[in-house]
Design a protein around this ligand. Sequence first.
Ligand code: PLP
Length: 389
Amino acid sequence: MRLADRMSQLGTESAFDVLAQATVLEAAGRRVIHLEIGEPDFATPAHVVAAAEEALANGLTHYVAAPGIWPLREAVAASLAKSGRLATSPDRVVITPGGKPVMFFTILALCQAGDEVVCPDPGFPMYASIAAFAGAGVVPLPLREANGFRVDPAELAALVTERTRLIILNSPHNPCGSVLTAADVEAIARIAIEHDLVVLSDEIYSALAYDDDCPSVLDVEGMAERTVLLDGWSKTYAMTGWRLGYGVFPPALVEPVTRLVVNSVSCVPAFSQYAAIAALEGPPEPVAQMKAAFRTRRQVVVDGLNAIDGISCQLPGGAFYAFPNITGLGRPAAAVADGLLRDAGVACVAGTAFGAAGEGYLRLSYASSVPRLQEALAGIDAFVRATVG
Ligand code: PLP
């Protein structure tokens, strides 16, 4: 069957490919420790599940408004105000099935052939994939280990041309775990304002910044009019399977994005949206407990990796990923990731799955129990000794 040419531009998310390979090994009786998929290993908080059950029992099983039910849009605006992240109004909030559609809809609404989109490299692979699918040029913005894997504003400024339409930021960052500083976001905002650019600020890991502070370009005066805030429930509330995310859009984008929702998914299930309200308005303890567990695991993984010859790992400031430097092993990242899965039963993702600048790194998700993480670290250590040393 002949596919449309544009399909050749659409990439994929390698973590799902690694998961598929790991599942085949498990079906053949092999034990695999899963450090490839980026999702919290905790259960969705009970009061959130109860709210969905109640909504289902009340017959909330039909279509609802495309941009989301009004009480949830209000709850999102209220929670952003309460946390001090952003003063906005509910009519700028659009509820989507996960955070990913916010990328898809924003890029499709804004970008076309002749435009350029600046994407972090390493970075979440969907940004470049969707930008290319939309016909735009992808401009990788290197995040360098020497700069703590943060955006270097001078390097960003040098990449901006008159074709640049959109800058994509992600803090806390997948896969590097880096968090932008107040000085970073200020400098980046200046560039966006000076060149009249739109920014997509992916803050899906905002609740998982370990040093409390997670500055956003939205903190800078004038940025709300040119910034799309992407966030959601997947990571913060362990709700990946509920497919719940949101965007806060500049007014001119709300109608086009709502039209994209109508044309694609119609709306997010009503019972999921009532669960989302319960998550935002319910007790904060479950989120705090998950964050505390991630903090402990982060230390276990980083210490364990740094104890292995040929591997070094910075302490990530946020999210639940470690991004160790494996150049000391003298082999390409993809070969190391394949070997770890095949020989050590540790599933992880090669840094190159996140862009060319990911060569020499692996991404390990530490959304797994401490005993499992320790077992994985022992497996990595044994693999390195056997193959390198
Ligand atoms: N943004 C980043 C950086 C992510 O890592 C992910 C998921 O892995 C998403 C967005 C999308 O999350 P969701 O499952 O809500 O679509």
